[in-house]
Design a binder for this molecule. Structure first.
Ligand SMILES: [Zn+2]
Length: 275
C-alpha cells in the first residue's frame, strides 16, 4: 500500500509533466473505483490547464484552472505511470488515461480498485470529507511532540495502531510506522497513553528521518510500487525490521525480529530494543 513517501515520489515525478500543461483529453474505462467517478468527469477536465500539484497525507491534489481540484488516492494497489511515445495499448487494470497537450499520457492502473479519483472545488478542499479529518503532515512544523502527545493523551490503543490512524498523523502506513518505532526504541504494543514526552520527541524525530530517507530513496518497492517513470524505489534496502521476522536484530544482535498482528496488520519489531 503506497504510504507518504511513495505518494510524494509520484507527485514529484508528475510535476514536470503536468504543471502548466493543458489536459487535452481524459479517458475512463469503468464507472469508478472505490467510489464512482463524478458526473461528466472527463468533460470537466478536458481542456483545463494544470496549475500545480500538492500532496496531503496519502492524497495527491492536482489543482487546475476554474478552481477545480483532481483528488487521487492510490488505495491498496493504485499505480501511476508517465507514458511518452509508443504508448502501449491499455491493459485490464488501466482504468484512466490523462492525456496532455504535450503528448504525455498519465495512466492510472489499479488491480484491486480501492483507489479514489474524484473532483472538488478549490474553495471547499479544506473541508472536503476525504481530507478534513487528516492529522498534521509529519514533515511540516505542525507536527511535533506537543501535538503528538495531545493526540495520544489518555488513549488506550497500542502506539502502532495510533500511528496508522490518519487523524493522528498523516501519511504513515505499516512500513514506516514499524521502522520509526524501531528507531525510537518504542514497543509497538505500548499503549499510547504510556508514551512519555521524551519518547514522543524521539518518535517525531525518527518519523521525520525515516520519511525523508524514504522519499530520497524514491519510496519502497515491495510488490507493486514503481515510480511513474518505471524506476524502482530503494528504501526497502534500509529496512531494519519490516519483513525481517526471524532474522537476528541488526542493532542489538541479541534477539530475533518478531512479527505480530495488530488490528489485522503485520507489525515487525525487536523485543529487546523496543520497550
Ligand atoms: Zn534488537
Amino acid at each position: 500500500m503506497p504510504e507518504l513517501p511513495e505518494v510524494e515520489t509520484v507527485k514529484r515525478s508528475l510535476v514536470p509533466h503536468l504543471e502548466n500543461t493543458v489536459l487535452s483529453s481524459v479517458i475512463t474505462r469503468r464507472k469508478g473505483l472505490r467510489i464512482p467517478f463524478p458526473e461528466q468527469f472527463c468533460q470537466k477536465l478536458s481542456g483545463k490547464k494544470i496549475i500545480n500539484i500538492t500532496r496531503r497525507g496519502k492524497y495527491l491534489l492536482i489543482y487546475l484552472e476554474k478552481d477545480l481540484v483532481l483528488i487521487i488516492h492510490l488505495g491498496m494497489s493504485g499505480h501511476i505511470r508517465v507514458l511518452q511515445k509508443n504508448i502501449p495499448v491499455p491493459s485490464k487494470h488501466d482504468h484512466i488515461d490523462f492525456v496532455t497537450q504535450n503528448g504525455v499520457t498519465i495512466r492510472y492502473n489499479d488491480p484491486r480498485r480501492f483507489g479514489i479519483v474524484t473532483l472538488a472545488k478549490r474553495e471547499t478542499i479544506g473541508s472536503h470529507k476525504l481530507l478534513r479529518n487528516i492529522g498534521p503532515e509529519p514533515l511540516s512544523n505542525s507536527f511535533n511532540a506537543v501535538v503528538l502527545m495531545k493526540k495520544l493523551n489518555g488513549r488506550n490503543i497500542a502506539i502502532k495502531c495510533a500511528l496508522l490512524d490518519q487523524k493522528i498523523v498523516a501519511g504513515l502506513g505499516n512500513i514506516y510506522v514499524s521502522e520509526s518505532l524501531f528507531r525510537s526504541g518504542i514497543s509497538p504494543k505500548r499503549l499510547s497513553k504510556n508514551i512519555s514526552f521524551k519518547k514522543a520527541e524521539k518518535l517525531v524525530k525518527m518519523i521525520r528521518i525515516v520519511l525523508t530517507d524514504a522519499i530520497n530513496a524514491g519510496g519502497s518497492t515491495l510488490n507493486d510500487h514503481r515510480r511513474p517513470d518505471g524506476k524502482l524505489g530503494y528504501f526497502q534496502y534500509q529496512f531494519l525490521v519490516y519483513g525481517k521476522n526471524g532474522e537476528l536484530c541488526g542493532y542489538c544482535e541479541k534477539a530475533k525480529i518478531q512479527k505480530i498482528i495488530q488490528a489485522g496488520r503485520s507489525t515487525f519489531f525487536c523485543s529487546n530494543c523496543q520497550r
